[in-house]
Design a protein around this ligand. Structure first.
Ligand code: IPD
Length: 281
């Protein structure tokens, strides 16, 4: 099996690189913007095209594998993670960035077997950075090994987060309560690239100590979660305990100490799970 997964990972890297070319070309044209779950949850034809390109290329090589793709789920497909080999795809993580030409846009491909992520590929296509990780074999950026920051004092840290795509008042209030609590610890600063996948790669690269968000989806974080843990980081639920990729909540940190410091400050809530039967995006 080990070699088969290596073939699959090589395929994912090549597919992500091709997808990145499509994304870069599309940035030269007008982008027709549509919306999904809310007026700020954006999608473009490029998201849909890139997802189909990746899925078709995988199907040709691995016809029995399953898929969870952001745009396929938005189109009504079930979001179910089984024990079967499953490709978890976000064709454009950072669609809002893509629409505005804000220069952080990623293609994210995670691959899970027995509900465990075996490899993760995040291609930051405007920076031309290929982040990769395979379970038990480390994390890399353009072939160079990644290592999380060694800083264990939250007061000396930069924390990444995002505001997500809900504008429901209660949700926005909780997001700001958490942010106020964390900023006032105090910490050195807050950053957000506009893509969960790249935020997680920044944790893996050691330039931010942690990333947390409530409202992300499995396709935003599947690949990045392995890249963080293979770079020496930890994953945690926002209330502590193990992370559940379907729960739409994550803390990804350089260390348990920093993760626990963040968890203490989060005003947590539980959005509808990705695998809830009625989600339908
Ligand atoms: C979004 C981005 C964003 C995060 C949202 C995600 P998309 O993914 O990762 O940073 O705040 O929660 O849904 O929609 O651009 O693939």
């Amino acid at each position: 099996m080990a070699d088969l997964w290596q073939n699959a990972m090589d395929h994912a890297v090549a597919a992500a690189r091709r997808a990145g070319e499509v994304v870069r070309e599309a940035l030269q044209d007008d982008r027709k913007v549509m919306t999904k779950s809310s007026s700020v949850d954006l999608v473009t034809q490029t998201d849909q095209k890139v997802e189909q390109l990746i899925i078709q290329s995988v199907k040709e090589k691995f016809p029995t594998h399953r898929f969870i793709g952001e745009e396929s789920v938005a189109a009504g497909e079930a979001c179910v993670l089984t024990d079967e080999p499953t490709w978890i795809i976000d064709p454009i993580d950072g669609t809002t960035n893509f629409v505005h030409a804000f220069p952080f846009v990623a293609v994210s491909v995670g691959f899970s077997v027995n509900k465990q992520v075996e490899f993760g590929v995040v291609y930051s296509c405007l920076e031309d950075k290929m982040f990769t990780a395979r379970r038990g074999r480390g994390a890399f950026c353009n072939g160079e090994p990644l290592q999380v920051s060694q800083q264990e004092d939250i007061r000396q840290s930069i924390i990444a987060t995002e505001f997500g795509s809900s504008r429901d008042t209660e949700t926005v209030d909780r997001i700001f309560t958490s942010l106020r609590n964390i900023v006032s610890i105090p910490i050195h600063g807050v950053r957000g690239a506009g893509t969960a996948a790249i935020n997680m790669c920044m944790v893996a690269s050691g330039c931010v100590e942690a990333y947390y968000e409530i409202g992300i989806h499995i396709w935003d974080v599947a690949a990045g979660s392995l890249i963080v843990s293979e770079a020496g980081g930890v994953l945690m639920d926002v209330e502590g305990g193990a992370v559940d990729l379907m729960s739409r909540r994550i803390v990804a940190a350089n260390s348990r100490t920093i993760a626990e410091s963040i968890v203490k400050e989060i005003d947590s809530f539980s959005p509808a799970r990705d695998d809830a039967p009625t989600l339908g995006q």
